[in-house]
Design a binder for this molecule. Structure first.
Ligand SMILES: NC(=O)c1ccc[n+]([C@@H]2O[C@H](COP(=O)([O-])OP(=O)(O)OC[C@H]3O[C@@H](n4cnc5c(N)ncnc54)[C@H](O)[C@@H]3O)[C@@H](O)[C@H]2O)c1
Length: 399
């Protein structure tokens, strides 16, 4: 394998401090690490991890290694890769291939470099590694027991591949486990999106009007926390059942033309390209702040926004202003996933549950019978165990 790609080796100590901090707040993974260190269930196995490469992901990689696995790590998004964490992981002997700000081609090359490990299991986030495996590295598929997919968009991409008959490996649908979407998508996104908006803008949420586009699991959390911060919340949602759910939860529900005109903040969380695009821009309120919480950067059509404006200017770090005919509007993080591009992602305790699902699903893939190619739910026993460990870590007894 190639040597690790470490852009800023001098930052290793800072990265190690970050990893140490999250390890103190991820008790479920600590418990699994103890078990894995004793039993070494992954001895002789190789695992590639492709998730937002920051401290919590580093902890997952270290826990898998504690179980005996050889681990290579790469990033799922160049904006979220933390060069200090990369340096710290390389210092600890893991193979790491990622650089903050890498170009799309560099990202693909780094993924391929990590796959040179010839993995028995892959942890993916958004489906990029699954694509690379099928499109560029098919020779690795026979040795691969399966892929554990973290997020809604990656699950959708795996479903599309399955529907077209092209899925050649097992995909464990981590996102569809209750301990994933009920905590990570709702509470993780709910908190970290507003953390990112507040850090980027230094503005008040209280007393403002917030419009959430998409009332799925993420949108639900974003709306919940906006209301808790004192905002008036409205929801744009094409699914009539989810729209009715938003209405019954107490939010204003209506058309884009009606709601965008009143919104001080607009947050997209759909997983769908061009959710906020050219036809909407004329409706935006002057001064509106726009943020995307979905996986891909194209949910807000940033290039059409630029084309619709007469002037663009950087207002603050992570805030780009565009002058539209009705006044200025402000896009956060260039439309990239805001809680990761403009903050530190989900809280450690949230990623503790998501990554415990990942660790136990890798365990199921590598120690159980090899699953058939296709889509596989996380076993109910794994979902329940993570919830039990979560309660135990909080000192809660329910029976
Ligand atoms: N920011 C994060 O940290 C984070 C965390 C988890 C998931 N995600 C990503 O966020 C996105 C949403 O995930 P989810 O779990 O909420 O998905 P979901 O499927 O539960 O919800 C998406 C919702 O968007 C609605 N929608 C679709 N097109 C729309 C449009 N044009 N306008 C308004 N609403 C529309 C759908 O009807 C659905 O209700 C995905 O890309 C997912 O990968 C981000």
């Amino acid at each position: 394998m190639k040597p690790s790609l470490v852009a800023r080796p001098e930052l290793a100590r800072q990265g190690a401090q970050k990893i140490d901090w999250v390890r103190r707040h991820m008790p479920i993974l600590s418990r699994l690490e103890e078990e894995f260190s004793a039993d070494r269930p992954f001895a002789g196995k190789r695992v590639v991890v492709c998730v937002h490469l920051e401290a919590k992901t580093a902890n997952l990689a270290l826990v898998l290694r504690a179980g005996g696995a050889e681990v290579a790590v790469t990033g799922s998004n160049p904006d979220s890769t933390k060069d200090d964490v990369v340096a710290a992981l390389a210092d600890q002997g893991l193979k790491v291939y990622a650089r903050h700000g890498a170009s799309p081609q560099e990202m693909l090359d780094s993924m391929s470099d990590a796959l040179d490990l010839r993995p028995h299991a892959v942890v993916d986030d958004g489906g990029d590694l699954l694509e690379v495996l099928h499109d560029r590295r098919r020779e690795l598929l026979p040795e691969l027991a399966g892929v554990c997919e973290e997020t809604t968009t990656g699950v959708e991409r795996a479903r599309e591949r399955q529907a077209s008959g092209g899925l050649q490996t097992a995909v464990m649908l981590i996102n569809d486990a209750r301990c994933k979407y009920l905590f990570d998508n709702v509470h993780g996104t709910g908190q970290s999106v507003w953390d990112a908006v507040m850090r980027s803008t230094n503005l008040s949420i209280a007393g403002k009007s917030v419009c959430v586009m998409g009332f799925g699991w993420c949108g639900r959390g974003i709306a919940l926390r906006a209301a808790g911060l004192g905002a008036r919340v409205s929801v744009i949602e094409p699914d009539p059942i989810k729209a009715a759910d938003a209405l019954m939860t107490g939010y204003h529900v209506g058309s884009a033309a009606e709601l965008l005109a009143k919104a001080d903040f607009v947050v997209t969380a759909t997983g769908v390209a061009a959710t906020l695009s050219e036809p909407h821009f004329a409706h935006l309120k002057p001064g509106a702040i726009l943020a995307n919480a979905g996986h891909f950067w194209d949910e807000i059509d940033a290039s059409s926004l630029a084309a619709a404006g007469t002037e663009q200017r950087t207002m603050r770090e992570n805030v780009t202003g565009t002058r539209l005919p009705q006044g200025w509007v402000y896009l956060l993080g260039e439309g990239h996933i805001v809680n990761i591009a403009c903050a530190d992602g989900h809280p450690a305790e949230i990623m503790d549950t998501s990554f415990a699902l990942q660790a136990l699903s890798v365990h199921a893939l590598l120690t159980g019978p090899s699953p058939e190619p296709g889509l596989h739910p996380v076993p109910e026993s794994v979902d329940r165990r993570v919830a039990e460990l979560k309660l135990a870590a909080a000192g809660v007894t329910i029976a």
